[in-house]
Design a protein. Structure first.
Length: 229
């Protein structure tokens, strides 16, 4: 009898616990976790991955902000150009602008060549193409400075007239923002990404968005400057 009573009590305990095997419930909530390696059924947390969307959204927000910033002088230029359609005093654009534009367009191509080298794990090839892109960006800004000197030699200064004022304004603002892009290129080139939250590949991709945007913005501004000649 005593043995029967004990057996009945054990069956009741098993029914209540729901284990069916007479074992106490696992501390981690699941019985099947007890067989995991490392003992105790503990799960090794997965490594945190960089939030690509967060970085992409940040650079997208920066590009939208720059676009809104340029909309004000662009709108003013268009309105004044229409208002002074007959008495607009144009300027002769410096010849070096064509060469500057070619340099900037080529820099977008070399940047993509660098990214292709990075995708195939060619670190040396990436550094060569990426460095060339940075040099071309600096060459473009240097060319813009030479364009200002050529314009000054024509006697056209910031206060010489509307056309000259907008030329200096557009080119200076674009050069400043492009130098920000050069800073991003230098960061990707020299930063040690072994201990960083993001990889060099992701950083290069984010920098490429901004660089191509500055390339397209310059082509748009150059078209406006030709309209204001």
């Amino acid at each position: 009898m005593p043995g029967t009573v004990v057996d009945e009590i054990e069956l009741i305990i098993e029914d209540i616990s729901g284990n069916g095997g007479g074992k106490p419930p696992s501390r981690h909530g699941d019985d099947d976790g007890g067989g995991d390696e490392g003992g105790g059924g503990e799960h090794t947390p997965e490594p945190r991955r960089p939030n690509t969307q967060k970085y992409s959204s940040a650079v997208l927000l920066a590009m939208v902000s720059i676009t809104m910033f340029f909309l004000v002088p662009v709108a003013a230029f268009v309105v004044l150009r229409v208002m002074h359609l007959r008495d607009w005093s144009g300027i002769r654009l410096p010849d070096i602008l064509s060469a500057n534009t070619v340099v900037l367009v080529i820099s977008s191509a070399t940047l993509e060549a660098a990214r292709r080298r990075l995708r195939v794990d060619d670190a040396a090839g990436f550094l060569r193409w990426w460095t060339l892109t940075t040099v071309l960006g600096l060459a473009f800004v240097t060319g813009q400075v030479l364009a200002w000197r050529q314009l000054a030699e024509q006697g056209v200064y910031l206060a010489s007239g509307l056309a000259g004022s907008f030329f200096y304004l557009f080119t200076a603002l674009h050069a400043v923002h492009l130098l920000g892009g050069v800073g991003a290129l230098l960061y990707v080139r020299f930063h040690h990404f072994e201990a960083a939250r993001i990889s060099r590949s992701l950083a290069a991709e984010i920098a490429s968005y901004y660089w191509h945007f500055m390339d397209g913005l310059w082509v748009f501004l150059l078209a406006l400057l030709y309209l204001g000649r």
